[in-house]
Design a protein around this ligand. Structure first.
Ligand code: GLN
Ligand code: ZN
Length: 756
């Protein structure tokens, strides 16, 4: 049995890609140096893959920033505003990725969106009306050749034309207008790969796991029929992931693909599809049975049983992962501080390669499997697995009633009481919580962590940061202040570290977007708050100012979604355990005198099931009440805020209103202000702070620009309901641009207030 993966993490075991790219951005290294580092990382990955005996080694899974953007640049879908900067190819690419402000001009980045149900973000391709798909790039060929020169025969992978068109945005045209053009480009790519001597070509089409209309299916056929009829000797693998392909399975098996990649981990209907409709004997099934998203050791017996089952329907099977391994960290071996039994239960990207190899070998052994020491060791690992369980928490969970999820009085009553208490001007200005994590801020945390400075020294330093940022906000004239989050490395890890039941890693980074990586903590046992977490800090911050201070917490759904969850209990139970911990924290903050508490749910939208029919039954029906559990105990005069990132929540507006927060801030600047019309149409009651500028780019918005945005907002949303804020936390920015941006935000607001 052969083995395959869809992609490998590109950031490097120690985030080498991040550091190399950022150094280039800061003009501290040249393009040549950056590209040399990139080449080194690619070669390293191929080496690891080849040493693990992986049969289908991918190439072109690597990206300098994002694979979707790579396709756009490969196929000449580069909006004019970037091309017109007149920069070289690489800098044009980075301008589209993260915006550009300099000698050549001033342009915003392309919008970013979550990649399906993951915490990875891709850059949304923008297809202008006069755009033409044309094969102008060479990356996929260069990567293939460079691997070949190193002695690796690889399977080039590329995001497929259907998914690309589905993810793109258009002005007056639509996806189907570009079907022939894009089809022709992929034909040319195949021709070139033929010449270069590729065996297989993998086209990733995750968009197929979503609900598909008849028009979608027709479009898919229209694009793929010409491609498949001119494929030459290269075998074409259609790879899907993140779910099942129930709407198009029959079409897929009737088209002349040589291989079809199916996800049997997240694809609920995948086994049934194969059983019901069979799998053609002239095709290879790339069976995604090793979870590409979780970090737990594979249960070999279970996987072998699945393989046996699939073998009844499919003759040719290649064992694969359920999705690209870019969603898990690089290797467990970097983790030297974990207890042995904990470490033994983990499997990151590199270890998953070993699992594939062992499983393939075990499968071949048929009736000899029972005697295999590898299988026995794996069974023992799973049997001896002990989690820290806590009867107290179980009891608390069991005693919850529906009243625990309802805050009284109703929101309109509360808001009146809060208005009296807070005495804020119209269009109150605020920020989302974090201020720039300057080198000094990071060094302080690091020195404390490594024991270089004492707790007292660390805290004294923190206090001076809080003082500084609070007086900065007072000088800027912001209305609701924050403490800046200088004590936090990450909004989830920070809370995880203060909750029992979590396990932390040192290097288990996963790419979130571009050079930004996150290190999701791991839920290992039952979750409980050991002690108050933020109360002292928030109370101190409030003591420094007469303006209202907004305390900052991360919500249970986001903590869960940005952690690696357990698999032995469901997500709802894990989220409820976390919610109870946050609820205790909320009540302590209120008791300490904090008038406003923000409970961030940055990642709520992210785990919405990909199929609309599952949205409520599988997710929102428990996620919304779980959030409400965190704040239902507060007094009417305490104002509850929440915040969501990349809020494509047009279609779940009612559910968001049902979080029953008093105020919500969300990203709106990069994705235009379309969402506002939806809020109006749905009689959205929560007060709203649609982000008035994009913090994911160092670009400073002008006063006029922000004024314009505010006028647009006020045309749709009643002025009493509007807050003014950036679209997310400022931690990734530098002080320099932050101060200039916030100054403009306050001035623009003051200007607009005079017109009301
Ligand atoms: N309060 C957090 C911050 O400002 C929110 C971050 C986020 O939404 N991702 O950093
Ligand atoms: Zn955010």
């Amino acid at each position: 049995m052969k083995t395959s993966i869809i992609g490998f993490p590109r950031i490097g075991a120690k985030r080498e890609l991040k550091f190399a790219t950022e150094s280039y951005f800061k003009n501290q290294s040249s393009q040549t140096e950056l590209l040399a580092k990139v080449q080194e990382l690619k070669s390293q990955n191929w080496k690891i893959e080849s040493e693990s005996q992986l049969n289908f080694i991918p190439s072109n899974d690597f990206s300098l920033y994002d694979n979707v953007l790579d396709v756009a640049f490969l196929l000449n879908i580069i909006p004019k505003r970037y091309r017109n900067l007149g920069l070289d190819n690489l800098d044009t690419y980075f301008a589209a990725a993260k915006g550009y402000q300099g000698k050549a001009g001033d342009v915003k980045a392309l919008p970013m969106k979550k990649w399906f149900n993951t915490n990875y973000h891709y850059l949304v391709p923008e297809i202008e009306d006069d755009a033409h798909f044309e094969l102008v790039g060479t990356k996929i060929f260069d990567d293939f050749s460079s691997a070949k020169n190193l002695g690796y025969s690889t399977k080039p992978v590329l995001i497929g034309p259907f998914t690309f068109l589905k993810l793109a945005t258009y002005k007056n045209k639509k996806a189907s207008d570009f079907a022939t053009e894009i089809s022709n480009c992929y034909i040319q790519i195949l021709e070139k790969l033929n010449l270069l001597g590729a065996d297989w070509f993998e086209l990733d089409e995750p968009a197929l796991v979503k609900d598909l209309s008849q028009a979608d299916i027709a479009l898919f056929n229209e694009i793929y029929k010409p491609i498949l009829s001119s494929k030459g000797t290269v075998k074409v693998l259609l790879q899907t992931y993140f779910g099942d392909v129930r709407d198009i399975y029959e079409d897929l098996i009737n088209l002349s693909f040589d291989g079809i990649g199916i996800d049997f981990i997240e694809g609920k209907a995948s086994f049934d599809l194969i059983k019901q409709h069979g799998f053609p004997s002239d095709k290879t099934l790339f069976a995604g049975l090793v979870n590409g998203k979780n970090i737990w050791r594979n249960n070999y017996q279970k996987t072998l049983d699945s393989l046996d089952l699939l073998s009844q329907s499919a003759k040719n099977i290649v064992l694969s992962t359920s999705c690209s391994l870019q969603h898990v960290p690089v290797t467990v071996t970097s983790e030297t501080n974990l207890e042995h039994h904990v470490k033994a239960s983990f499997s990151f990207a590199t270890e998953k390669l070993d699992e594939l190899e062992e499983l393939a070998e075990l499968f071949e052994q048929n009736d000899q499997r029972e005697n295999s020491t590898i299988l026995k060791a794996n069974q023992e690992l799973h049997q001896s697995f002990k989690r820290a369980e806590n009867p107290e928490i179980k009891e608390r969970l069991a005693s919850l009633t529906s009243a625990d999820h309802v805050r009284t009085p109703i929101r309109s009553e509360r808001l009146k009481i809060q208005k009296k208490r807070l005495k804020l001007p119209l269009l109150p200005t605020t920020t989302i919580g974090s201020f720039p994590q300057t080198p000094e801020v990071r060094v302080n945390r690091k020195n404390y962590r490594t024991g270089e400075i004492s707790k007292a020294e660390y805290e004294a330093q923190l206090k001076s940061f809080f003082k500084e940022v609070i007086s900065l906000q007072e000088d800027l004239g912001l209305d609701v202040l924050v403490h800046g989050e200088f004590e936090r490395n990450d909004m989830v890890e920070y809370f995880g570290e203060n909750l029992s039941g979590y396990v932390f890693t040192k290097f288990a980074w996963v790419q979130s977007y571009g050079t930004r990586c996150v290190k999701p903590p791991i839920i290992f046992g039952d979750i409980q708050r050991e002690r108050p977490i933020t109360v002292e800090t928030s109370a101190y911050a409030q003591s420094l100012t007469s303006k209202p201070m907004k305390a900052m917490l991360t919500g249970p759904i986001t903590i869960l979604n940005w952690s690696f969850p357990r698999e032995d209990i469901n997500h709802e139970s894990q989220a409820t355990q976390i919610a109870l911990a946050i609820r205790d924290e909320v009540l302590d903050l209120e008791a300490a005198g904090l008038p406003i508490i923000q409970i961030d749910e940055a990642a709520l939208r992210e785990k919405l099931p990909l199929r609309q029919s599952d949205w409520y039954s599988e997710y929102l029906d428990w996620a919304i009440p779980t959030f409400r559990l965190t704040h239902s105990g507060v007094k009417p005069e305490t104002q509850i805020h929440t915040h969501m990132c990349y809020s494509e929540f047009e279609d779940i507006i009612q559910a968001i209103d049902n979080l029953d927060a008093d105020v919500i801030s969300f990203e709106a600047s990069r994705s235009s202000l379309d969402i506002l019309r939806g809020l109006k149409a749905n009689h959205f009651e929560t007060e709203v702070g649609p982000g008035v500028y994009d913090i994911h780019s160092p670009r400073v918005p002008s006063i006029e620009e922000i004024e314009q945005v505010l006028h647009k907002i006020l045309q749709i949303i009643p002025q009493e309901q509007v807050w003014v804020n950036p679209d997310c936390g400022l931690k990734t920015r530098r002080n320099e641009e932050t101060i200039r941006s916030l100054k403009n935000l306050v001035l623009a607001t003051k200007q607009v207030r005079t017109t009301l």
